[in-house]
Every structure is written in C-alpha cells, then in structure tokens.
Design a protein around this ligand. Sequence first.
Ligand code: WQD
Length: 335
Amino acid sequence: MKILVTGGTGYIGSHTCVELLDAGYEIVVIDNLSNSKIEVVDKIKEITGKDFKFYEGDCCDKNILVKIFNENDIDAVIHFAGFKAVGESVLKPLKYYRNNLDSTITLLEVMNEFNCKKIAFSSSATVYGKPETLPIKEDFPLSTTNPYGTTKLMIEDILRDLYVSDNEWSIAILRYFNPIGAHKSGLIGENPNDIPNNLMPYIVKVATKELECLSVFGNDYDTKDGTGVRDYIHVVDLAKGHIKAIEKVLKDTGVDAYNLGTGNGYSVLEIVNTFMKVNNIDVNYKITDRRPGDIDACYADPSYAKEKLNWEANLGINEMCEDAYNFVKNFKEDK
Ligand code: WQD
C-alpha cells in the first residue's frame, strides 16, 4: 500500500512517516519546506532504514500533485500540509484561508481525478472552541475563535459535504489535542526556528538558555493550580493514531471524526515541574497575564477512537518531557 503524506517533513508528519514505514507501508512525501527542513527526509530514512520519494512542492500547485499521482499509485493520503500558528492567523487571515483551503481543495480535486478517495485529515481540538463541559466528545458543538481554527472547521465541512456527494469517499478527521515530545532516537522532533508560540518548545528553549524566561500565561484560571490545563499527547502516540486511521479508511467508506488525545489534563506548572524533574534541569519562569483567546482547560474523551480505531495513547508526560529535551540536546550536538 502506498500512502501520500502531505507536509511529511513537519513535526507530526515526519513522526507519522516513520510509523508508516515501520508498519510496512510505502510512502511518498510532498512538502514545500515552509516550516520544516530538507534534512528531515534523510533522518526519516536513517531511523527506518527505508527509502521513499520526496517531492519539494506546494499542495496549492495542481501540476505537482498531478505529477505525483501520475508517477505513483497512491492508495490513500494523509494531509498534514497547512499553516498552523494561531497568533499569525489572526494577523494574516487571508494567508491562512488562501493556503489551507486552496491546498486542500486542490488536493481533493486531484485525488478525485485519479479515483483516490481515501484520506486522513489533520484537524485540531481547536474546532471545539471553549467547551461547556469536559472531557470533550466528538459530538460536542463546534466553534472557532481564530482563523487557523476556522480553516480546520471549514475543511471538515468540505470533507463532510464531499462524502454526501460521493459515498465512495473514505475520510478520517483526526482532532489533535496538544502534541509534544519527539522520537526516541532524538533524530526528529519539534524545533521551530523562530520564537515558539507553544508551551513545550518554549520550555525547551529556556532549558537550553536560547531564551531567558518562560512566561506562564496566567495563574487565575479555574483549574487545579490556576494555570491552563491541556491534554498533552506524545507525538509518537499521535503518529500511531494515523496508522490506525489509515487502516480504517483503506477498509471502509464513510466520514467520521476522532479525538486523538490521552484523556488526561495537565496544567502548565505540572508540565514545567515534570520537565525540570525528569531532565534534572532548571527552567526559569514567571507568572504573567493571560494570553488573549486561551481557555481554562481542554482535554479529550478518547473512548471513540479506542472503539472505532482500536487506538489509545500509551506514553505519559515523563516520556514526553524526556523525549522533547533529548531531541534538542541531540540536535545541538549535531551542530
Ligand atoms: C498550552 C498552554 C498556554 C506558551 C495550540 C493551538 C492548537 C494546537 C496546539 C495546532 C496554555 C500555556 C503557552 C507559553 C504558556 N495547534 N502557555 N506560556 O494554545 O493549547 O493550542 O497549540 O493545531 O490549535 O491552539 O497550546 O502550547 O500554545 O499552550 O503559559 O509561552 O500553555 O496558556 O495554557 P494551545 P500552547
């Protein structure tokens, strides 16, 4: 079976490529390298000992997608490619609507032309907005508070409409909670070039003294210690969820959404303290004002993914914190 992975050199995409190859799938990767590095291609090959074709290109470019489908018998697609910075999406909404929607519609049109109607889509828990109750189930109301999240919800609606128009489609919508950590090898992981928006990459940069101090955005939330609570999931567990989703889309038809989370909520301070303990390192932090748009708490009810995909997360926050730091230490040693 040959799977096309769009955005396959990105953080979650690269970890999913490793798990696909380890599971015996053939893969083809397309990435425009706008938020990742070409070196990741060789790292994936090094980890797995497997070869695969890489196409540098943009999913908004119909010509390269047609070339890929002409040159490869693609059985299914995992679609990661897209911009994902919440803050940037507020400042540059047209960039996000153009890129995330155009790339997806172009991909779906080409898939249709080549009669490839099986796709797993990278969505996000952000489509739940501020949930009324917790844990979050897949049938909760959907609403978004920023253009990035709105592109994810719009694409979900496009996929649901596509299935209504043609029941031959097989679509898995995967709603990620908060992926952190890295592959045990330390060869791939999350290492944004600029100042990170997300918690774990910021903690790591403070631990390595690249940044001076972590701002903990508010300690007056209605949570166990007042700081924000999220469902952190090891990126390898998340990647394995994609293998289960691909198995399902290859077997069935239909469209459905699945929460890929652990079902456990951890606060910012719990993550910071765990990181310091397991890595035996200090992380300098201070409490500051809330970040606009943040919600108090968000964590999944992962039981539907367990029931329908036979998938559940196994790794805990100790491994997430150890592996996140191990990657950056390894990455720096490479320099
Ligand atoms: C986690 C917690 C912050 C940074 C976002 C997107 C979501 C998904 C995951 C793409 C919150 C606190 C953070 C910092 C902090 N991305 N924090 N200091 O906001 O839950 O989700 O990333 O799909 O769509 O919305 O993740 O890591 O930014 O924040 O105190 O420097 O850490 O307030 O409580 P978030 P995050």
